[in-house]
Design a protein around this ligand. Structure first.
Ligand code: DAH
Length: 358
C-alpha cells in the first residue's frame, strides 16, 4: 500500500479513538514490536536493492515519527479528560436525594389533634382488637340490637388477650373490661367507654385510630380506615357546647368561616343524635361532583351522650351530661385535599405523596 494511503488509514483510525485502551490497540497495530504494520515494513527494507533502501527507509521513518507524535498527542488529551476508575464525574447531573414525607392522613390527624388540643382536649390511644362489650354493649347496643348491623364487623377466629387499658387514675369501679378481644373495632366509640371506666369527669378527650369493617374496596370504601372520636363530659354540658365546639373545629380545619348544618340522625349511644354537614368547599354550596350536587359534605356524627352509656360506666346521668362525636378522616382528607378515590391513601404512589409538605 502506498505510504500516503497508509497515512490516511492511520488518521481515520486515530480519529475514531475514544479511550486510552483504543489508543493502545492502535499503537500495537501500527508500531507493535512483533506484528505492527510499520515494524513489519521496516524489516522488509533489507530485502530492497541497496540504491532504493535509503530513500524508502527515510520515508518509512518519517511516517513512523508522524504516527508516534500523533499517538503521543492523542494520549495526552485522552489522559487529561479520562477519570481514574471509581472517580466521581462532577459533570453528571446531580441525583437529588428524596426526602421522606409524612402521609396526608398523618398530616390531617396531627392537624385535628392540634386543633382539639388547643381547645383543651387530651389525645388518647386504645386497642384495635376490641371486645364486644366496649365496641357495642356498653354503647347501648346489646346483643341482637339491630344497630349492630350499621357496621359490618370483622370477628377474630380466636379471642386475643388484650390491652391493659389507658393508664389513668383508677376509679376503683369494676367493669367487664377484661373480656377477651373478639373483634376488630368497627369504630373508635369504644374509647369513650374505656376512658370513662378509668376516669372521672370532667372529661375532654379525642381518640384517633384505625377501625375495620367488612366493606368492599372501592373509590369510597376501604376495609380499614381512620376515625377520630371525641368526648366531653361534665356538669352542665349542653348541645350548645357541642355545636360551638364542632363549628369552631370545622372552621379551623378548613381555614374558612364554614357554613355548617346539623341534621337529625340516629346513633344508639347519643340522644339526640345529629350529623354535621359543611357547605361544600369546592363549589361553595352550588353543587358539584365532589358533593354529589347536594352542596353539602358530611363531616361527622355526633350527639348528646345517652344516659344508658353513663350508666354502663357508673356515672350519674342526673348529674353529668356530655357530647360525643366521631369522624372518618379519609373522607375529610379527600375533601380537604381534593382527592376523589379513597384507595389513593393506601397505594403509596409517590406522585401523590410527594405533593404534601415535609
Ligand atoms: N361511631 C360512629 C360511626 O362509626 C360515629 C359517631 C357518631 C361517633 C356519633 C360518636 C357519635 O361519638 O356521637 O359512624
Amino acid at each position: 500500500m502506498p505510504l500516503d494511503d497508509q497515512r490516511t488509514e492511520f488518521q481515520a483510525a486515530l480519529s475514531a479513538v475514544r479511550t486510552l485502551d483504543d489508543l493502545k490497540k492502535l499503537r500495537d497495530q501500527w508500531l507493535g514490536r512483533k506484528s505492527g504494520e510499520l515494524t513489519r515494513q521496516l524489516k522488509t527494507l533489507a530485502t530492497l536493492p541497496p540504491d532504493e533502501r535509503s530513500a524508502a527507509g527515510a520515508r518509512l521513518n518519517a511516517l513512523k515519527q508522524e504516527i508516534e507524535s500523533a499517538l503521543a498527542a492523542r494520549e495526552k488529551t485522552l489522559a487529561a479528560t479520562a477519570r481514574p476508575a471509581g472517580a466521581i464525574d462532577v459533570s453528571l447531573p446531580a441525583r437529588v436525594p428524596r426526602a421522606g414525607r409524612r402521609h396526608p392522613l398523618t398530616l390531617l390527624r396531627e392537624r385535628i389533634e392540634d386543633i382539639f388540643a388547643s381547645m383543651g382536649f387530651e389525645v388518647i390511644d386504645g386497642p384495635e382488637l376490641e371486645d364486644d362489650y366496649h365496641n357495642f354493649e356498653a354503647l347501648n347496643m346489646p346483643a341482637e340490637h339491630p344497630a349492630r348491623d350499621m357496621q359490618d364487623t370483622l370477628y377474630l377466629a380466636q379471642p386475643v388477650q388484650g390491652w391493659a387499658g389507658n393508664r389513668g387514675k383508677s376509679t376503683g369501679k369494676s367493669f367487664p373490661r377484661h373480656q377477651p378481644a373478639t373483634l376488630l373495632r368497627t369504630h373508635t366509640s369504644g374509647m369513650q367507654i374505656r376512658h370513662m371506666e378509668t376516669h372521672e369527669p370532667p372529661i375532654r378527650i379525642i381518640a384517633p385510630g384505625r377501625v375495620y369493617r367488612r366493606d368492599n374496596f372501592d373509590a369510597t370504601h376501604t376495609p380499614m380506615f381512620t376515625q377520630v372520636e371525641g368526648l366531653v363530659v361534665d356538669e352542665g354540658v349542653t348541645m350548645g357546647d357541642l355545636k360551638g365546639t364542632l363549628q369552631a373545629f370545622v372552621s379551623r380545619l378548613f381555614e374558612i368561616e364554614a357554613a355548617v348544618r346539623f341534621r337529625p340522625s340516629f346513633f344508639p349511644y347519643t340522644e339526640p343524635s345529629a350529623e354535621l354537614d359543611m357547605q361544600c368547599v369546592f363549589c361553595a354550596g352550588r353543587g358539584c361532583h365532589i358533593c354529589k350536587q347536594t352542596g353539602w359534605m358530611e363531616v361527622l356524627g355526633c350527639g348528646m351522650v345517652h344516659p344508658a352509656v353513663f350508666e354502663a360506666v357508673g356515672y350519674d346521668p342526673e348529674r353529668y351530661t356530655g357530647f360525643a362525636f366521631g369522624m372518618g378522616i379519609e373522607r375529610l382528607a379527600m375533601s380537604r385535599f381534593g382527592i376523589d378515590d379513597i384507595r389513593a391513601f393506601y397505594e403509596n404512589d409517590i406522585r401523590l405523596l410527594e405533593q404534601f409538605p415535609l
